[in-house]
Each structure stands twice: as structure tokens, then as C-alpha cells.
Design a protein around this ligand. Structure first.
Ligand SMILES: Cc1cc2nc3c(=O)[nH]c(=O)nc-3n(C[C@H](O)[C@H](O)[C@H](O)COP(=O)(O)OP(=O)(O)OC[C@H]3O[C@@H](n4cnc5c(N)ncnc54)[C@H](O)[C@@H]3O)c2cc1C
Length: 394
């Protein structure tokens, strides 16, 4: 067992940090809490692409660098540490590319993969999975894609689709066998849909932070070329479960509000003994130390999951464990920070009284979504129980 990074990995981390420092000094972005996907800049993605940092784990024949997932985890840790604006390529890099490599047709691979690794214009993606009555239970999707000659005709509604309002393509899960008696796990398929297709309506949903970053998406007789089917017809559920591991395994599930944690530690360091009773300072020290313990456990789980992928193993239970633990930790950062800071925690960014640069108020408003997006904690624990521990379903 080797429990350390190699010199090459340390050098890679230093290289990424150097790049990010120079970008921040140039004013490209500054660390701030909020929604990960909000901050997207194709220009920034292009600079990452030039360094080979998009698709870096993909095989070389698909335009990737063939590097291990642990290297990618190092890259992502540094990017999330400062909340770099990676929204343009993030979903395509994290799960669209790997899914295409596994299941895509030659034509799909040749068209999308090189464009994604170059961060070309016109290849940003959104994920069209969840529906009003199918979130955790994705096998229950009601949107249909029915074959009609060389096309499929799509009808239905998706919801909570992050970035649907800016994405060029959508990765769609739809029912291709509408027979109600069909096996629900063998009657859905995956498609790549051009978001500008006639019949698609994207309607923003305003969340409680006042932002509209996710959407409702309506499909009305949308014609999708048959060549847009990814993998086998009616095998979409099996395919999507494999993709979910990539969605759940990453450090983004630990570090969505990392700048807040950094500021909280500094706040506790700076607590003035002449103004703050020792009992409060002692309690704050204890709480922040507990957070540090949990952050370290979460970080180890993430790297362990990356290492598991590098061993060629399927990380379903590890990825579920990782996301379930890490997102609860992130919410705890919000809880502890608001208890230490008190009612001013609610003052939003931009107000002179807003503490911790306004990151706390933003993080509190985004916090409830951490344990839902990409699979709720309850559902993830079911996966750990069934797939990880082999416990009985009933
Ligand atoms: C910020 C944000 C961004 C999102 N972005 C996207 C996106 O881009 N694309 C997309 O497709 N979706 C997206 N989603 C949707 C997300 O994937 C779903 O919210 C999630 O899968 C849960 O589904 P649901 O909301 O329908 O809740 P439900 O599935 O209805 O669950 C409701 C509650 O019941 C519990 N529950 C459900 N089933 C079980 C079970 N079997 N055992 C125990 N408890 C259970 C859940 O834990 C939850 O607490 C996003 C969500 C958020 C919050």
C-alpha cells in the first residue's frame, strides 16, 4: 500500500496551483461560493484544454491523455479549492465523454470527443434525466422517444436541468418501449439531443438564492435522428447507472463551499479574546477541528474512489459512500459557520455587513441542494447497503 502522492503528482499539483494563481492575479476569476455550474467561461475551459486538462483520463485514441483518475482528482481538488470557472466543459468532461467512450457509436465518438477536449464552441452539455415524477427512481421516466423511420419523436418533460438554458446538447434519458407491461429497467434509452431542435422549450426555475440555473425542459414532437441514440436501444438504465458513479465520485461533492471553510478557519483564528468569551472560542475551536476531521475523511474517500477506478474496478458503493458523506459535511460547514457568526450569516453578498465576503449567506441558500443533486443521501445509503454490504432489499 502506497499512501502518498508521487513526486510527479506533487509537481502536477504545483503546476495547477501556479496556473490558477496567475489566472486569479490576472483577474479572470476570484473564489466565491454559490453554484458550481454557474461559473462557466469557455475561454477558461480553452486554457485548460491547451494544457491537456480536459479529458485527461480518456484514452489517447479519443484525444485524452490516458492519465490516472488520481491525477484528475488532484486537478479537480485544486480547481474547486478556488472555485475556478469550469462550468462550460465540466459535465462533458466528467460523464458525457466517459459514457461516449463506453457506449457511443464511432460517429458520435469522432464528432464529440475531440471537440470536448479542445473546449470548442458548441459542445457544452446538460443532463436531461430527472422528471416531475422520476428523480431518484430514474427507471420511472415518462418522457417517450418513439422510433419513426430514421428518427425518434420525443415527447415529455424534464425538470431541474442545470444549464439547459445555455447548453448546446442534452444527454436525454427517455422511454423507448412504451408498453406498460415492459420491464421498466429494460425499456429506456439514452440520446444526444441538439437543444436548439424545434419543439424544445426551456423554462427557468428560480431557486431560493434568487438564481435561475436549473430549468424545466419540455419536448413536444421533437425529432431526433436515430443516429443520436447512444448505445443500445432499451439498455439506457444499465448505461446510466455506470455513468452515475462518475457523477458521484468527484471532489466537487466535498468542495462546493470550500472557500467558506477556509474563511471560517481564519475567522476562528482571528477571534479577539477581549471581545469573545473563552467558552465561545473553545466551542468554535472544537467545531472547526471536527470539520477538519470530516473534511480529511471525505478527501480520503474521494481519492480512494479515484484509486478504485484506476484499479479497473466499478466504484458504485464507494462513489455512493463518498457523496453521501461529503455532501453532509458541506452542509455541516454551513451549520457551524452560521452558529459561530450568528444572525448576520443571512446577510447577502454585496452588503457591507455581510460576513465572510457573503459566501456564508450564498452557501446557506445553496446548501439544501448538495444532498439532493446527483442522488439523495437516502438513495445513496440504499446503494451502500445493497451493493456494498449485500444487505437484503426487504
Ligand atoms: C441543484 C440541483 C441540480 C440538479 N441538476 C440536475 C440536472 O442537471 N439534471 C437532472 O436530470 N437532474 C438534476 N437534478 C435533480 C436531482 O437529480 C434530483 O433532485 C434527485 O435525483 C432526487 O430526485 P427528486 O428531486 O425527484 O426527489 P425524489 O426522488 O422524489 O425523492 C424525495 C425524497 O424521498 C427520498 N427517497 C426517494 N426514494 C427513496 C428510497 N428508495 N429510499 C429512501 N428514500 C427515498 C429521497 O431521499 C428524498 O429525500 C438537480 C437537483 C438539484 C437540487
Amino acid at each position: 500500500m502506497r499512501f502518498t502522492f508521487t513526486p510527479a503528482q506533487d509537481a502536477f499539483r504545483a503546476e495547477v496551483r501556479g496556473f490558477l494563481r496567475s489566472e486569479m492575479e490576472a483577474g479572470t476569476f476570484s473564489p466565491r461560493c454559490g453554484d458550481l455550474f454557474q461559473t462557466g467561461s469557455r475561454e477558461f475551459s480553452r486554457k485548460m484544454a491547451e494544457r491537456g486538462w480536459i479529458g485527461m483520463t480518456w484514452p489517447r485514441e479519443h484525444g485524452g491523455q490516458g492519465r490516472p483518475y488520481v491525477d484528475k482528482a488532484i486537478l479537480m481538488e485544486e480547481l474547486f479549492r478556488v472555485q475556478a470557472p469550469i462550468g462550460y466543459h465540466f459535465l462533458a468532461d466528467r460523464q458525457v465523454g466517459p459514457a461516449l467512450i463506453h457506449f457511443g457509436s464511432k460517429q458520435q465518438k469522432e464528432f464529440f470527443l475531440p471537440r470536448i477536449v479542445r473546449a470548442d464552441e458548441g459542445v457544452s452539455f446538460c443532463l436531461l434525466f430527472s422528471e416531475p415524477n422520476a428523480g431518484s427512481d430514474l427507471a420511472g421516466v415518462a418522457t417517450t422517444a418513439l422510433r419513426d423511420g430514421d428518427e425518434y419523436i420525443v415527447n415529455g418533460q424534464k425538470v431541474w436541468t442545470s444549464r439547459a438554458h445555455v447548453a448546446d446538447f442534452g444527454w436525454l434519458l427517455a422511454r423507448t418501449d412504451p408498453d406498460p407491461s415492459a420491464n421498466r429497467y429494460r425499456s429506456v434509452s439514452e440520446f444526444i439531443v441538439d437543444m436548439k431542435s424545434p419543439g424544445i422549450t426551456v423554462r427557468p426555475i428560480v431557486n431560493m438564492a434568487g438564481e435561475s440555473n436549473f430549468n424545466e425542459v419540455f419536448f413536444e414532437d421533437v425529432r431526433v435522428p436515430a443516429a443520436s441514440l447512444v448505445g443500445e436501444e432499451n439498455a439506457g438504465f444499465k448505461q446510466i447507472m455506470a455513468q452515475m458513479d462518475y457523477e458521484r465520485a468527484g471532489l466537487e461533492r466535498l468542495m462546493q463551499n470550500y472557500p467558506l471553510f477556509e474563511q471560517l478557519k481564519q475567522h476562528v483564528r482571528d477571534m479577539d479574546p477581549s471581545e469573545t468569551p473563552e467558552t465561545l472560542r473553545a466551542w468554535a475551536r472544537d467545531q472547526v477541528a471536527q470539520l477538519e476531521i470530516e473534511y480529511s475523511v471525505g478527501r480520503l474517500l474521494c481519492y480512494y474512489t479515484a484509486w478504485t477506478i484506476d484499479q479497473g474496478k466499478t466504484p458504485t458503493a464507494q462513489a455512493a459512500m463518498c457523496k453521501a458523506f461529503c455532501t453532509r459535511y458541506e452542509q455541516k460547514v454551513n451549520d457551524v459557520a452560521s452558529q459561530i457568526l450568528g444572525p448576520v450569516c443571512q446577510i447577502r453578498r454585496g452588503d457591507p455587513w455581510s460576513p465572510l465576503r457573503g459566501d456564508l449567506a450564498e452557501s446557506l441558500l445553496w446548501g439544501p441542494s448538495y444532498t439532493l443533486q446527483g442522488g439523495s443521501v437516502e438513495v445513496l445509503k440504499n446503494i451502500v447497503a445493497l451493493r456494498g454490504l449485500g444487505l437484503p432489499r426487504k
